[in-house]
Design a protein around this ligand. Structure first.
Ligand code: ADP
Length: 681
């Protein structure tokens, strides 16, 4: 569980616990207050009730002492009775009681305050009533009568009437309860019930003249300070109950106080408590936020100060010159390195135009850029090489960059200056070293070339030396034959017709000798100094042209595959044709005596190379010869048929043309020679 969640949970628990505690205390306090108020109220109600009753207490005695009343008791006459009734009527009005009447010694009414309207009253005997009996016994009587039928409970006070010591009757005052109670002032509901729990008076929503216990649900509740209070629940409301039994009246007075105030207080208290807790929480949060903000501000301030100090240190220790210029191109700041570079003091550089620090040579791009400062068209200048002027007038090469400082409110531009004198010096040295190296390499290459040429020539001369045996042998044969033929010719001078035949033989033999020497001449030649563009297609066609008669005579099939357009190589046409002549001749020689004689020549250009392939349908190259095929005097032919120089000459020419040659046997039979030369475009 994260710390934050834990704190929130703790806060919720605290809020709930506090609210619960406050609610409990408020409820208890309100109930106790109500309980106390109830006691006071109840006392007031009882005092008022008793006061109200007491104001009529004197009335029966007053009537019993009246002389007219006494006279009437002694001898009843109709007129006397009416006279007393009139008196009672007036007294009743003055006293504010409900009615006044006088009973004779037998409990029969003989005078009545309401004698005019209620004549029936005189017919009813009252000897069973307590107020009569008590008076008969010589006491002041009092009685509470419920009279549920008329639903007018009333209180009776009586006083005996004596003639001397003889009991002559009873004076009675009747006070209706409504009258009494109307004077009661209370803050709650007042209930009056008799000793049988019969409710006969209520200022609240209770059913009168029925058992009070059936109308309510009672429970006890213990409050703090050892107080136990009684609470009633009823459909119309909930009440706190305070009651007392008045033994003399045999009444029970109950005061009910509405518990709405408790609920209201509890609701308010819970709201206040809850709101208070929330407010407290918010205040704590606010305080904490404020603390955090202050801390963060302090940290930011410290970090800014540290960063500023660091930046200052970086700027001052930077190994490049840093200048700040304003939108007019004037210097507003120069770091240590810049002061060193320009050999000037800070006050000297301040407010000086940047252009004054630069040599006028090649400065126009900077001028253009400075004129666009503070304009939309401004774009930074990076790594521009220029010449700067020191305070003492000496110049030094620099690399300069100008870019806008976006972080600043006021537009400023950062000028970075790197002294490149050292680099320039090194560059110069390097250039010189390169030039001298190139010169040396050229010299050495030329020497090597010459040496190689010498070597090649020497190799060729050695080869010629080695060749001489074969040449001697080759030339000896025709020379011997020529000598023989010459001798024969001398003898034949007498027979001139035979002479021509022998001379023809001599001619052929000399031609053969010339062929041998011409081949040797080619081999001994150096490669030409000047190379020219030679059409490969043309060289192939020229070579084939020389063999055209032989193709026809011996029935060779020639397959030619030449590309479009013309491809060129650098060389000389005679030598390229000689390569092709040798390869074609070898192929034709190899196929001699074979039924199927086919030669295929293909030229194709691949990337920057030209490939010439000569394939024949002959027996293929002797496997013993293959490894040394291109060495001089490697031949399978008998002496007189071949010298073994052809392919050696071919390789020599191909190499002179910067190309390569390879030979292989085809799987289906026949030899394949492949010449690859660099293409000239
Ligand atoms: P020469 O033709 O005088 O023998 P070359 O150097 O031209 O000398 O050839 C060397 C040898 O290579 C030939 O004797 C022959 O045996 C072999 N050779 C060359 N071309 C072919 C070919 N097309 N088919 C078979 N063998 C070949």
């Amino acid at each position: 569980m994260s710390r934050r969640v834990f704190i929130i949970l703790l806060y919720i628990i605290f809020t709930l616990a506090t609210t619960w505690q406050v609610v409990t205390l408020t409820r208890d306090w309100t109930l106790r207050t109500l309980h106390q108020q109830g006691s006071d109220e109840l006392l007031k109600v009882i005092t008022q009730l008793r006061g109200a009753l007491d104001q009529y207490r004197y009335l029966p005695f007053l009537i019993s002492q009246d002389t007219d009343v006494k006279e009437l008791m002694l001898g009843f006459t109709e007129s006397k009775g009416d006279e007393v009734s009139l008196y009672l009527e007036q007294t009743n009005l003055v006293a504010g009681s409900s009615s006044l009447f006088v009973l004779n010694a037998h409990g029969k009414p003989i005078a009545y305050s309401h004698w005019r309207d209620e004549r029936d009253f005189f017919l009813r005997l009252h000897q069973d009533q307590d107020y009569y009996r008590q008076a008969l016994a010589g006491h002041r009587g009092r009685q509470f009568s419920l009279n549920a039928e008329s639903q007018s409970p009333a209180y009776f006070l009586s006083s005996p009437i004596y003639d001397g010591k003889r009991f002559t009757g009873v004076a009675v005052v009747r006070i209706e309860l409504e009258k009494l109670i109307s004077q009661l002032r209370s803050f709650g509901v007042v209930l009056l019930s008799d000793e049988n729990d019969q409710l006969f008076f209520s200022t609240g929503p209770f059913q009168r003249f029925s058992q009070l216990g059936t109308q309510i649900k009672s429970r006890q509740e213990n409050l703090t300070d050892g107080i136990t209070t009684e609470l009633w629940e009823q459909s119309e409301g909930n009440w706190l109950v305070r009651g007392v039994s008045l033994d003399d009246l045999q009444w029970r007075v109950t005061l009910l106080q509405d518990l709405d105030v408790v609920q209201r207080n509890v609701r308010n208290a819970s709201l206040f408590s809850f709101g208070g807790c929330i407010a407290l929480g918010l205040m704590v949060l606010l305080f904490r936020e404020r603390q955090l903000k202050i801390r963060s501000q302090n940290e930011t301030r410290e970090a800014l100060a540290a960063s500023e100090a660091q930046q200052k240190a970086i700027i001052n220790n930077a190994q490049v010159g840093l200048l700040l210029i304003d939108s007019k191109g004037c210097i507003t700041f120069a770091n240590e390195m810049a002061l060193q570079q320009f050999a000037a003091s800070a006050p000297l550089l301040m407010h000086k135009p940047l252009l004054d620090l630069l040599s006028s040579e090649g400065v126009s791009p900077i001028q253009r850029l400075l004129s666009r400062l503070d304009h939309k068209g401004f774009s930074p200048l990076i790594g521009f090489e220029a010449v700067a002027v020191r305070g003492d007038g000496t110049e030094f090469p620099i690399m300069l960059s100008i870019r806008q400082m976006l972080a600043l409110v006021e537009r400023q531009y950062l000028v970075t200056i790197i002294d490149i004198s050292r680099r320039k010096g090194l560059e110069l040295q390097l250039k010189r070293a390169n030039e001298s190296l190139e010169h040396k390499v050229e010299e050495r290459t030329q020497a090597l070339q010459e040496a190689q040429d010498e070597l090649v020539q020497a190799g060729k001369m050695a080869a010629i030396g080695r060749m001489s045996t074969a040449v001697v042998h080759e030339l000896n044969q025709p020379l011997t034959a020529i000598r023989n033929y010459v001798a024969i010719c001398r003898q034949m001078l007498q027979q001139p017709e035979m002479l021509s035949e022998s001379l023809t033989e001599v001619d052929e033999l000399t031609q053969r000798m010339a062929q041998i020497t011409s081949q040797l001449k080619t081999f001994a030649y150096r490669k030409p100094e000047q190379m020219e563009k030679v059409s490969v297609q043309m060289a192939v066609n020229n070579a084939l042209h020389l063999f055209r008669q032989r193709f026809i005579d011996d029935g060779f099939q020639v397959d030619l595959d030449l590309p479009e357009p013309t491809v060129y190589v650098l060389g000389d046409s005679a030598r390229l044709e000689q390569v092709l002549l040798n390869l074609i001749k070898n192929a034709l020689d190899a196929m001699q005596g074979f039924d199927h004689k086919q030669i295929a020549i293909q030229v194709d250009a691949v990337d920057d190379k030209v490939r010439v392939t000569v394939v024949d349908s002959g027996p293929g190259i002797d496997m013993d010869l293959l490894p040394d095929l291109f060495e001089p005097f490697v031949t399978s032919k008998s002496i007189g048929d071949g010298l073994g120089l052809g392919l050696s000459i071919v390789r020599s020419i191909v190499r002179d043309l910067n190309g390569e040659i390879s030979a292989e046997n085809q799987t289906g039979g026949g030899a394949c020679f492949r010449v690859i030369l660099p293409q000239s475009k």
